[in-house]
Design a binder for this molecule. Structure first.
Ligand SMILES: [Fe+2]
Length: 225
């Protein structure tokens, strides 16, 4: 499996959609940037049991994330609606089939990207990348007045060698309710910048990105990318 797409529309409650309006501004944006709002959660899963963890430190290597990598980020915790959505996603048999594991950990990122007439919204400031986990899913919860925001998944290797010229496997705007799963080992991913389609009011892109750590190796170490 390189990637696959499923509908998660049945897991998305009105409270989940509304919770994006309450997200705090990302504290780790560079000076003056205001394009990203976020909350974060970590959980340990054993069978149907999901335990939300209280240590919310999150590390990405500088080589993975040039924009905000290289240091540990302390995050604002997910609210109850986002936790509920994630629990439904994690218990979904389609997710379990892809994982083929009963015991694993997840990191869950609830993210709103905003663009205005004065500021472009960058869903992925670091460009094409891997997250460094066994499986990743990205669910589009909603978007509004958005130009751009094209999700891209590309083959990471050509003839077994890491390459910038791997085949593009997925390239389109995700619809609300769609969950895109991808095998991080084999592909790199990116989302194009967003701008307002109709000037004068903001553009929004609301997603949940979940990383699944089955093997216990966590995110990529500096020397693995
Ligand atoms: Fe990513």
């Amino acid at each position: 499996m390189r990637y696959c797409l499923h509908s998660s529309i049945g897991h998305i409650t009105d409270a989940m959609i509304e919770s994006y309006a309450e997200l705090p501004l990302d504290q780790f944006l560079k000076d003056g940037d205001r394009f990203r709002y976020r909350a974060f959660g970590r959980a340990a899963i054993k069978g149907d049991s999901i335990e939300w963890l209280t240590d919310l430190s999150f590390f990405q290597a500088k080589k993975i994330n040039h924009y905000a990598g290289g240091f540990t980020r302390q995050a604002i915790p997910l609210g109850p609606a986002a936790q509920e959505f994630t629990e439904r996603l994690v218990r979904d048999p389609r997710t379990r089939e892809l994982l083929n594991a009963e015991e694993f950990e997840i990191n869950c990122h609830q993210i709103r990207i905003v663009a205005t007439d004065d500021e472009v919204g960058l869903p992925v400031p670091e460009g094409f990348h891997r997250d460094g986990y066994d499986l990743v899913s990205a669910t589009c919860i909603a978007h509004d007045n958005m130009s751009g925001g094209i999700s891209l998944v590309r083959e990471a290797k050509v003839d077994g060698v890491e390459s910038d010229e791997g085949d593009m496997l997925f390239e389109r705007v995700m619809a609300p309710g769609e969950t895109l799963y991808f095998a991080d080992e084999h592909v790199v991913h990116y989302v194009t910048p967003i701008t307002p389609k109709v000037p004068g009011r903001p553009a929004y892109r609301d997603v949940v990105v979940t990383t699944y750590d089955v093997s216990g190796r966590g995110g990529l170490a500096d020397d693995e990318c």
